[in-house]
Design a protein around this ligand. Structure first.
Ligand code: GLC
Length: 427
């Protein structure tokens, strides 16, 4: 891509971010997702920081203003009522002053805040905002280990596929079979009115998503009860790697900001997590796998969730082997990184998280590979990402075989990641 193309794409990315910016938070895209999503916002702030640092801090602060008293940061904040999305606040019924969902999402906040802080031009502003966010993020991390690892195994479980951020991955299929569907209230989906139903989850899956929501709702969203009461408890290596990376990043930030206790607690969490993650390694697949906590068995599904641990600082030999796996996958697709192994018969190029490429994943994976010196594979991933944009615009995700844009259009976090990739290339 030449400089003038890059500059056009850069300007276009800012336009997308600004179009979806509602002042104090940014919606992932208009129509399909009309509220604030947790990890979307944290990653979006990275893009915003290149043209407006104050606005980037606000994005994350708005999210944390809706943190629950127990420390959880919800996956959606329903700031302003909008009936275009299902399930809305009337289904979740979490009883929060501003309605939120009752589950969480991958904790990328610490990573994003450290990055914003370290490259901030306005240092004074950065110290002020990072210092205020530090104890809040620490409380969220503490919440994870208390509520999602209640038996002290070192890794946290997700209790709903939506928590993973990889909503419809093959990873959940088997464990999901144990979630009943009887007794759910009648409902009308909205996602299939905005996006192609053939690319979206099936009705049966949707029924189970809702069964879990109703089950947790019946327990009053009391997080001290949900883990043990959930028929779905899965340990996602990608999710845990994000948390581990978050703990290391928060520890580093806390040291800089003179908060030794927060630093120590998060350092210990990261070390414990990294040690436990080893138990999810699969020699057969050359990557990590999910663990079904209810049965104690690894889930035989080679998804991008088991590649993402390169972002969490896993041992170098593991990361190198994962890099070789990505090179292998590159032989089967035109664009990296597919969200499911294309060699697996369950791979579907266009269906939500069962094959398509997502730029946020590419960003985190490339970051981890770069850090351990796998610059060639990292570079390949970045090139793929920019080619996708040049060919297909700022889509929610892409068919890795053809590059076809899928899901929502003019997508916020896609635009934010493009800004990051372009800025990194300048350095
Ligand atoms: C979908 C994605 C999730 C994302 C949300 C908003 O639900 O699976 O990861 O946060 O959309 O973009």
């Amino acid at each position: 891509m030449n400089a003038s193309e890059a500059s056009k794409i850069y300007d276009h990315a800012i336009e997308v971010l600004q179009e979806n910016d509602l002042g104090t938070y940014t919606v992932p895209t208009r129509g399909l997702y009309p509220f604030q999503w947790n990890w979307d916002s944290c990653l979006t702030a990275l893009g915003q920081s290149h043209y407006d640092e104050a606005r980037a801090w606000t994005e994350i602060e708005t999210l944390f203003a809706h943190q629950w008293p127990d420390g959880m940061v919800p996956h959606i904040v329903f700031h302003v009522w909008n009936d275009g999305y299902f399930p809305g606040p009337d289904v979740w019924q979490t009883g929060r002053p501003t309605p939120t969902s009752g589950i969480t999402q991958p904790p990328v906040a610490a990573f994003a805040v450290r990055r914003l802080f370290e490259r901030a031009k306005d240092k004074e502003l950065a110290v002020r905002h990072a210092s205020a966010l530090l104890p809040k993020i620490d409380a969220w991390h503490r919440w994870f280990y208390a509520n999602r690892d209640p038996h002290g195994e070192g890794l946290v479980a997700i209790l709903h596929p939506w928590e993973s951020g990889r909503d419809n991955s093959v990873d959940w299929d088997e464990a999901f079979e144990r979630v009943p569907t009887a007794g759910i209230d009648p409902y009308t989906r909205r996602d299939t009115q905005h996006a192609d139903p053939a690319h979206r989850p099936t009705k049966e899956q949707y029924d189970r998503y809702l069964w879990l929501v109703q089950h947790f709702r019946a327990l009053g969203w009391d997080n001290s009860k949900l883990h043990d009461a959930s028929p779905f408890q899965v340990i996602d290596p990608g999710f845990n790697a994000i948390l581990i990376r978050g703990c290391s990043d928060l520890a580093a930030l806390a040291e800089t900001l003179g908060e030794p206790e927060i630093a120590q607690a998060n350092r210990a969490r990261a070390e414990m997590g990294l040690a436990a993650l080893e138990g999810l390694w699969s020699d057969q697949h050359g990557q990590y796998l999910c663990l079904d906590r209810t049965t104690g068995t690894l889930i035989d599904s080679a998804s991008i969730g088991g590649i993402l641990p390169v972002f969490g600082g896993v041992p170098k030999d593991r990361a190198h082997e994962i890099a070789r796996g990505i090179e292998r996958q590159a032989g089967g697709v035109r664009f990296l990184v597919p969200s499911h192994d294309p060699a697996d018969p369950r791979f579907e190029a266009k269906r939500y998280w069962r094959g398509p490429a997502w730029l946020v994943m590419n960003y985190m994976i490339a970051d981890g590979l770069q850090a351990i010196g796998e610059t060639e594979v990292a570079g390949h991933i970045v090139r793929s990402s920019l080619e996708l944009i040049a060919q297909s615009g700022f889509a929610e995700y892409y068919d890795p075989l053809t590059g076809e844009p899928c899901g929502g259009g003019r997508f916020t976090w896609t635009a934010a990641m493009v800004i990051e990739f372009l800025k990194q290339a300048e350095r």
